[in-house]
Design a binder for this molecule. Structure first.
Ligand code: FES
Length: 400
């Protein structure tokens, strides 16, 4: 077959010189990018790997709750704080008794207070970090934190403009941030907050929330519901039952319900909210945190209760063996051995601790199984929500 190519000889010569010319140009070009990496820069601002912070203020909220104000520690390289949505958390990374751990804490300040974050801790009996924080955290203490994380925030594309907040204990912290966002930042929301407390002394941010409710009555309503009132209590009493919710917040049709509180409150509300026939996406549950009584879960294998198993961990090119108790997550077992595995939410949701199970069996309670279907199928687990029920071997990525 004959092929005729039309064109001048000059075209052919130009083509011949194309590759060497391009090579010359490449050699002459600077090593640095010609345009700034705008996307990369924005992503570093929005999602910093670590934020170096320093405590600049401590406020006693109640006999058992304190608010810590955190500002950037400029000398350590953090010049500004990552922005956040009201309801998000930061994962604080610190050392307690020589053991490196993380804990997620909701940012209780407003997204419009850009120079600081506030986190509010409630001291719990035997609380591993809170005991340490009460003893050692003061003005000048340095802490490292992740960027803001979590999905427990109002998203206008998904949620209704009228929301009901159901809070218990220190679960009021995201609602303080949301209320401040409405009051100070003009978020276009109407929020009714029902805050369940055991006794009047337990109310965190009591005066502040009342003040906002008084100033913006058309947007913010706050009710405290006390389960063990004293003689001076004049507000509603009991628990956040369906009847109480209906009484104080009315019908829930056309509202999104946000829930944040202790595990027992979640168990109670899962039943009570059934009375309203809400669609699942109408209820937003904040991550529940680690289960403290996993062995009492109805699905937990009875023959594994109270046992200690062998956990083999391959991480960062090393393999170590350590004991793992059936009642503690694999994440806690690794932290106990000071392996500093990656973690953020500690609730099975964010996937930051995602690891591969090589052998053995773990129990994951369905309520905190945030894995994708493919991960479940192909043997990936979230150690923060996985409990050993046999000897287990896992491969864990290093904290990036
Ligand atoms: S730390 Fe978030 S899923 Fe484990």
């Amino acid at each position: 077959m004959k092929v005729k190519v039309k064109g001048s000889i000059r075209d052919l010569l130009a083509f011949k010189g194309l590759v060497p010319k391009r090579r010359k140009r490449i050699l002459k070009s600077p090593d640095t990018p010609l345009v700034a990496d705008a996307v990369g820069e924005l992503s570093r601002v929005l999602h910093p790997r670590v934020q170096h912070l320093v405590i600049t203020g401590v406020k006693n909220e109640t006999p058992s709750a304190k608010t810590f104000r955190l500002e950037p520690h400029r000398q350590d390289g953090t010049t500004r704080l990552a922005p956040f949505r009201a309801g998000q958390y930061v994962s604080i990374r610190t050392e307690v008794g020589g053991v490196r751990i993380t804990r997620p804490y909701t940012i209780s300040s407003s997204p419009h207070e850009k120079d600081f974050y506030e986190i509010t801790l409630r001291r719990t009996e035997g609380g591993f970090l809170t005991g340490h924080a009460w003893e050692h955290w003061r003005e000048g203490t340095k802490l490292d934190a992740s960027g803001p994380e979590g999905t427990f925030f109002h998203e206008p594309l998904r949620d209704t403009p009228e929301i009901l907040g159901l809070a218990g204990g220190s679960g009021v912290t995201p609602f303080r941030s949301m209320i401040k966002d409405i009051a100070l930042g003009g978020a276009q929301l109407r929020l009714t907050l029902l805050y369940g407390i055991k006794c009047p002394d337990d109310i965190i941010f009591g005066h502040e929330l009342r003040e906002f409710a008084d100033r913006f009555p058309e947007k913010i309503r706050v009710h405290y519901v006390c389960s063990e009132p004293d003689s001076s209590w004049e507000g509603p009493t009991g628990f956040l039952s369906a009847a109480c919710i209906r009484d104080l917040a009315g019908d829930l049709a056309g509202k999104t319900v946000f829930v944040c509180g202790p595990p027992q409150m979640y168990r109670f509300l899962r039943e009570e909210l059934k009375a309203f026939n809400l669609r699942p996406k109408q209820i937003r549950w904040e991550a529940e945190g680690e289960a403290s009584d996993i062995e009492r879960h109805p699905g937990f294998p009875a023959d594994a209760v109270g046992k200690s198993f062998r956990l083999t961990v391959a991480m960062g090119g090393k393999t170590v063996e350590l004991p793992a108790l059936s009642g503690e997550s694999l994440l806690v077992a690794m932290e106990r051995a000071n392996l500093a595995p990656p973690s953020r939410c500690r609730s099975g949701e964010c996937g930051f601790c995602r690891s591969r199970i090589v052998s053995g069996e773990v129990f994951v309670r369905p309520e905190s199984d945030g894995r994708r279907a493919a991960d479940r199928m192909y043997g990936h687990i979230h150690p923060c929500s996985s409990y050993p029920v046999s000897d287990v071997e896992i491969a864990v990525p290093r904290d990036p």
